[in-house]
Design a protein around this ligand. Structure first.
Ligand SMILES: CC(C)(COP(=O)(O)OP(=O)(O)OC[C@H]1O[C@@H](n2cnc3c(N)ncnc32)[C@H](O)[C@@H]1OP(=O)(O)O)[C@@H](O)C(=O)NCCC(=O)NCCS
Length: 121
């Protein structure tokens, strides 16, 4: 997925660390959710809610100062749902680039009453 632009790019900051000084896994998961949503919105501008996340795997740690890049790819467009695969890479302060995390998000398109509606009209 590295050939495309990242859906999200952010610097890992000290406020998102655990007591040992490394980034919280939950912070990275929220970046995956945001990046997947950005990608899902390219397919449809409907309101989306995250119904499921799976396949989360932390391959390498994220450190303060890393440039975190989330690459997102639509995997499946269902009737009311879109499934997006997200791969997270970091560029370390010394320039090294490596994959740190991956996960899959499922979003459901909703109407104004929060009822599922078809992704595409
Ligand atoms: C989103 C919500 C309205 C969906 O209502 P629902 O009646 O549970 O949805 P449905 O059973 O009709 O399923 C909707 C779609 O999600 C898919 N889906 C449901 N559970 C799933 C799961 N565990 N994994 C993957 N896809 C799932 C269904 O296959 C369906 O997709 P399709 O229409 O493309 O086939 C409801 O579950 C909800 O409000 N959840 C909370 C969402 C939220 O607040 N998210 C933020 C977390 S704080």
């Amino acid at each position: 997925m590295l050939h495309k632009e990242p859906a999200l790019k952010v610097i890992a900051m000290p406020q998102d660390t655990n007591p040992a000084g490394d980034m919280f896994g939950g912070w990275i998961v929220s970046m995956i959710d945001l990046a997947g949503w950005v990608e899902a919105r390219k397919t449809s501008c409907k309101r989306f809610a995250t119904i499921a996340m799976d396949g989360i795997r932390f391959h390498n740690p994220v450190y303060v100062g890393d440039c975190v890049e989330c690459y997102a790819q639509v995997e499946k467009i269902g009737n009311t749902s879109i499934t997006v695969q997200v791969d997270v890479y970091v560029e370390r302060t010394d320039g090294e680039k490596l994959k740190v995390t991956e996960g899959r998000c499922v979003y459901v398109a909703l109407d104004e009453n929060r009822k599922p509606v078809p992704v595409k009209d």
